[in-house]
Design a protein around this ligand. Structure first.
Ligand SMILES: Cc1cc2nc3c(=O)[nH]c(=O)nc-3n(C[C@H](O)[C@H](O)[C@H](O)COP(=O)(O)O)c2cc1C
Length: 216
């Protein structure tokens, strides 16, 4: 059992990475082999719309032909038993690195058929962990639920399932006194970090346990 997590935050030890690590700890507690990959360490660009992955009889049908840092990563994904993506919300959607990774990851396996089919060689559990400054009650009014629903839908088509875990009102700055951030109550942020973030970490841990034990 191998479970890989992908961190779409530039920060390697903050909210998103912490939750991903918790999920991997949960998986490891059940004996799974785990790996955390930081997308910001990799060199890659977005889909170039070459359609090699869609060309009838082509040698890259169902495979992204671009030979950059994502090529070995896609091989690892095919060999994995579950994957967990994690990203902060930047300007209402996932980070550019995560969006670019997602485009390249899923598009190669998506068959333009009606209904759409998946060329990914098997079904597997996938999870998507989102962290954001926003409070839960603003999720819908801000429209953040839309990209999350789309990701669930597309990942569901390609991999068979996708479970989302959302972490709200995160602790963003080491020292709120050193930045202009009057929109936030530093004390309330610290309190939430102590009281609510551990619950979200437990949910991430439980996701890891489930993915390591409930094979699809
Ligand atoms: C460039 C940038 C844009 C952001 N945009 C949003 C946003 O639109 N909505 C939101 O709720 N939080 C936003 N945030 C806050 C982050 O989503 C939040 O602090 C997140 O938990 C950071 O994840 P990390 O600690 O793993 O880096 C933004 C942060 C940055 C740096």
């Amino acid at each position: 059992m191998k479970i890989i997590a992908f961190n779409g935050s530039p920060r390697k030890t903050w909210n998103t990475a912490t939750l991903l690590n918790k999920a991997l700890e949960g998986a490891a507690s059940q004996g799974a082999e785990t790996e955390l990959i930081h997308l910001y360490d990799l060199n890659y660009k977005g889909c170039i719309s070459c359609f090699a992955c869609k060309t009838i009889g082509g040698k890259s049908y169902g495979k992204c032909p671009i030979q950059d840092d994502l090529a070995p990563i896609f091989k690892k994904v095919e060999e994995a038993d579950a994957i967990i993506l994690g990203s902060p919300i930047y300007v209402g959607r996932v980070t550019g690195e995560m969006a670019t990774f997602m485009d390249r990851l899923v598009f190669q396996y998506l068959e333009y058929t009606n209904p759409p089919q998946s060329l990914f060689p098997k079904k597997m559990n996938t999870g998507f962990i989102y962290t954001m400054n926003e409070k839960e009650e603003k999720l819908k009014t801000n429209g953040y639920d839309k990209p999350i629903t789309i990701n669930e839908h597309v990942m569901g088509i390609v991999f068979g399932s996708c479970e989302s875990l959302l972490s709200f009102d995160t602790h963003q700055f080491k020292d709120y006194a050193k930045v202009v951030a009057t929109a936030f109550d530093a004390e309330a942020k610290a309190k939430r970090r102590e009281e609510v973030f551990p619950i979200e970490c437990q949910k991430a841990f439980d996701m890891g346990v489930r993915f390591a034990t409930e094979v699809v």
